[in-house]
Ligand binder design. Structure first.
Ligand SMILES: CC(C)(COP(=O)(O)OP(=O)(O)OC[C@H]1O[C@@H](n2cnc3c(N)ncnc32)[C@H](O)[C@@H]1OP(=O)(O)O)[C@@H](O)C(=O)NCCC(=O)NCCS
Length: 146
């Protein structure tokens, strides 16, 4: 998909996707978490637009020595079309400009597609966080060093 456009995510973008968030993004967050993230000055979020509809979003949280990818999600019917890759590429560019040395994330050990996305961009699997999700499911810790 070569007509994807990337923008900084605003609160009005949040209200645009809020009604379809659970059904069409099928993401692991509650919408309240995304809204709180947009109001957090240490966070930066972007959206992907196609034909004027929001088809994906992603964000980072900036700490003293590292940057954390907090979430990346593509609308269910648009997945496997390269949109996740475009979002991740933009997060990497943003992160490099912030002069930090690495970008880290957690991913569910069962989430094979997300892991493939991160491996494609050079992230390394550095270990496991047991029972990271809801006290039951494990996460891999993956990091990209610049
Ligand atoms: C993970 C997610 C963001 C990927 O978005 P996407 O737009 O489908 O990603 P892309 O199309 O750029 O695919 C990236 C890679 O993932 C793999 N992949 C994605 N979907 C796949 C599928 N249906 N079958 C096989 N491989 C797939 C491929 O390796 C692909 O790279 P390639 O096509 O160059 O080989 C998307 O699946 C999603 O929104 N999942 C739900 C939310 C989530 O789990 N987020 C991750 C939180 S850690």
């Amino acid at each position: 998909m070569n007509n994807i456009q990337i923008f900084t995510m605003s609160l009005s973008d949040f209200y645009e996707i809020e009604p379809i968030y659970n059904s069409e993004f099928d993401d692991f967050w509650e919408t309240s978490i995304l809204k709180a993230e947009l109001e957090n000055t240490n966070s930066k979020y972007i959206i992907a637009r196609l034909d004027n509809q929001i088809v994906g979003f992603a964000g980072i949280w900036i700490s003293v020595d590292d940057i954390h990818i907090t979430n990346i999600a593509v609308k269910k019917s648009y997945r496997n079309n390269g949109i996740g890759s475009i979002l991740l590429e933009n997060l990497i560019i943003m992160s490099k400009k912030l002069n930090k040395s690495s970008l880290t994330l957690e991913v569910n050990t069962k989430n094979i597609y997300a892991q493939k996305l991160y491996l494609k961009f050079g992230f390394k699997n550095l270990g496991i966080r047991k029972k990271y999700y809801n006290g039951t499911e494990d996460a891999y810790i993956m990091t990209l060093y610049f």
